[in-house]
Design a protein around this ligand. Sequence first.
Ligand code: NAI
Length: 565
Amino acid sequence: MNVSPNPYEGKNKNSAPEEGSAFAAGLRGRALLEASALNEGAAFTTAERAALGLEGLLPLSVETIDQQHQRVFQQLGQKTTDLERYIYLIQLLDSNETLFYHVVMSDPAYFLPIIYDPTVGEACLKFSHIYRRPRGLYISLKDKGKIRQILANWSEKDVRVVCVTSGGRILGLGDLGANGMGIPIGKLQLYTACAGVPPKGLLPVLLDFGTNNRELLNDPLYLGLRQTRPALDEVDPFVDEFVEAVQEHFADCCIHFEGWKGTDAFHYLARYRDEICCFNDDIQGTGGVTVAGLVSAMRITNQNLKDQRVLFFGAGSAGIGIANMIVSAMKLDGLSDGQARSRIWLFDSKGLVEDTRQDLNPEKKAYAHAHTPTHDLVTAINAIKPTVLIGVSTVGKAFNQAVVEAMSEINHRPIIFALSNPTERAECTAEEAYRWSRGNAIYAAGVQFPAVHYDGDIFLPGQANNFYIYPAIGLAAYVTRTRRVTDEMFIEAAKATADQVTDEQREKGLLFPPQSNVLEAEVRTAVRVVNLVFERKLARVDQPRDVNTWVRAMLYKPLYRNSYL
Ligand code: NAI
């Protein structure tokens, strides 16, 4: 028998078992092959196979991760829809986490729309039907009083970020109940794929309060709690129990709220943001990436953010979240709260938000200025004269030719962000914005539109996707164990993102860094946020001499644990 005595053959030959490796974990045989985070499949060397009880359990060939990668590409090529590719990739993640990230991180621009938006929306709609294996924690109202016990069932103790949804508002798709679990699973994959956060420290959680979605409640295969959602005050003690249990069980953990119904999202952010380390991506992440787009736009127009007049079409969690973040950014630029708010206007399904309206919640009231009521967007534009128009209404085609032309009459370079998604809900397409503004619009969308040819020029429309911001915030929280996540951190992330767009890219219409290099862009962004966390004395670790090197040393690399390739 010709077996090398060195189990690290072809890999790390010069040190003891690396922390987290199969050797260190003490796993062997089938149990090792079924542990996705440690499994290397056919890449286990002959010596490892002998040392780890794997002989006979794998085909003869010993492969490199690049060969395995090639096979994945070949198998993916045989799938005909993105949903099939999504299901295939989730199964790959369940069997070999390293190979999954090796593949996804090799071409983020191609893979992000498959593992996340828009495919994840379809996957959530069908979650109970395409379900294969559990991932993360499922905690329902029936578990009240024993959430601590449930958290103890999670074997990983060093969890640094929990992403938790109630499934109440999933993308533009509404209440998807337990099917919403696809969102925290996908969001956390992007922490790793876009910002190099080690997957071991990330935990997706569904808090299942039921659903008001009749179709799901009547679906025999629906996997969640079969009841309608109770009132918020009934849910509060349960969410409090969850938040406290997370604090006790996972030291210094950050809670990322995602996919909650708008009113619930504001309620819980207000309840916890000054007490624990948490953030809401639908509110603050959306705000952050939109501010990044506006900072880029200011570089094009040579203006200041604090001088803009912003009109929102749509005033739900995204609209209010962005408005609040712009106010925070304007205040950092020297305006008072009142001055900043006076520059922001809202328009919702009942028309312009103004001070005679009796139906306003407190979030909207803060932006209800004195004005004559109107239900017509063009009338509102002509009266308010906004420099920026932001669509977050879920109403496709709401920015028609008259709207874009009205913005172009008032502004030489109108800033028009049509952020609703999926694609058919975008308030206007990139092509429409450029054509109707005669090539002058500074445009971003919530979805990725293709390049537009107009009057001899090529425009590359920006995608204001939250994935530019929240993974970097997550990485900063992960490494610093920050006590709080503040709006200032999101604004720093926004500025750092905008700073990475070159003049040449801006000339073509790009407001965000290219997706092909998203990992490097986010690590740079995270380093800026980490510096701010130390400056504000929010970190729960000591400040290193060289923050950049320190952060980079902690990044996840999709290579087998025992290798130094
Ligand atoms: P939401 O349902 O909470 O809010 C929608 C708002 O639009 C409400 O204020 C509603 O009154 C208003 N609206 C509905 N019909 C209208 C009409 N006919 N005229 C004027 N206003 C109308 O939804 P949420 O969470 O605020 O999201 C809105 C959209 O933004 C969604 O399509 C979502 O996918 C998108 N979004 C995009 C992000 C991005 O691009 N990074 C991030 C977050 C959300």
